[in-house]
Design a protein around this ligand. Structure first.
Ligand SMILES: [Ca+2]
Ligand SMILES: [Ca+2]
Ligand SMILES: [Ca+2]
Ligand SMILES: [Ca+2]
Length: 327
């Protein structure tokens, strides 16, 4: 019995910390990140042809880490073609002082010194079959080559993806790995972005989950989404919200909605759900989301929800669970 309880507790503990480090995570129901070439049409879902991701490595990780990239190039079945494939995407990895903490890093649109820090590695991928459906590996990086930011849980690496030529959509994903040629998750690792441009699943039953984290000082947020093409509903579930709708954007347009933040939602994660309309059957839909606080500052949107996926009954469940643990 004791072993069983320990096992159950172990699983709960394990899952709440989160180990899935494919970005986007399988549990998010988001098949790919998307960055278009800089001659692309914004009406195809990418508002700025640039996407910045941050990878968090816990302080206790001493072994080297690798940032792996799936389908880095733009051709073949996963990518979105316009005319011929002629798109180039540059991926750059940054670490060191101010790579994360420089203030331009939190801008909605790339500008100023958003590429701050030390450039650790960079590669441009063209429209070719090399790396089509394959993984490319950046690294090894020593964790201490990132920027140590204790409030964010460890060393942070920044990866900037830029569409530097062409008009096609590059679909790709990342994996934060302890191995150069396999996807081995790093315990306690995570990833986040301030502006998320992604491909929605074609499956009408898949709900996409995005996880903005609400810091202590937040009392109201603005949700801003772009080019969702009125493909259903946008819903928030949290420690205080059972279901709160947010305005949905149409084609090539933004929709902004303000939401009040309850005390119970501070230092927790919101579950922002893109729920597809089952009758519309829209395919290949790309959309963008960012969330700001009452000061207009961007909030981090995590891959693994900090503190777990929010449920209204979380606290009750936690109390019950505690009783069953024998100490
Ligand atoms: Ca491809
Ligand atoms: Ca093209
Ligand atoms: Ca691709
Ligand atoms: Ca769209």
């Amino acid at each position: 019995m004791r072993n069983l309880v320990q096992t159950i507790f172990g699983i709960l503990f394990f899952s709440s910390r989160g180990i899935a480090q494919q970005i986007p995570a399988v549990e998010e129901n988001i098949p790919f990140l998307v960055t278009f070439g800089n001659e692309g049409e914004k009406s195809w879902g990418d508002d700025d042809f640039s996407q910045t991701y941050f990878f968090v490595i816990p302080k206790f990780q001493v072994q080297p880490i690798y940032i792996r990239l799936f389908d880095a190039e733009t051709s073949g079945e996963f990518d979105e073609k316009k005319g011929d494939f002629d798109t180039k995407t540059k991926f750059s990895v940054y670490g060191g002082k101010e790579s994360f903490t420089a203030k331009d890093v939190r801008l909605k649109d790339p500008g100023g010194k958003y590429k701050s820090g030390n450039l650790l590695s960079s590669k441009t991928f063209i429209s070719s079959e090399i790396y089509d459906g394959e993984w490319y590996t950046f690294g090894p990086f020593n964790p201490s080559e990132g920027e140590l930011v204790s409030e964010y849980g460890g060393y942070i690496f920044k990866v900037v993806a830029e569409g530097i030529k062409g008009d096609d959509g590059n679909l790709y994903k990342y994996f934060l790995s302890s191995s150069p040629d396999e996807n081995n998750a790093i315990e306690g690792g995570n990833a986040f972005t301030f502006e998320f441009t992604f491909r929605l699943s074609d499956n009408i039953n898949d709900v996409a989950h995005l996880y903005p984290y609400i810091e202590q000082n937040v009392y109201s947020i603005q949700m801003s989404n772009f080019d969702f093409d009125n493909d259903g509903d946008l819903n928030i579930v949290s420690m205080a919200k059972k279901a709160e709708r947010s305005k949905v954007s149409g084609d090539n347009s933004w929709a902004d909605t303000e939401h009040k933040i309850d005390e119970k939602e501070k230092k927790t994660t919101l579950d922002v759900q893109f729920i597809k309309n089952k009758n519309k059957k829209i395919r290949n839909n790309n959309a963008t989301l960012y969330v700001t606080n009452q000061y207009g500052n961007l909030l981090p949107i995590y891959t693994v929800p900090i503190g777990g996926v929010p449920q209204l009954n979380n606290k009750i469940l936690f109390k019950q669970k505690k009783k069953t643990v024998p100490y």
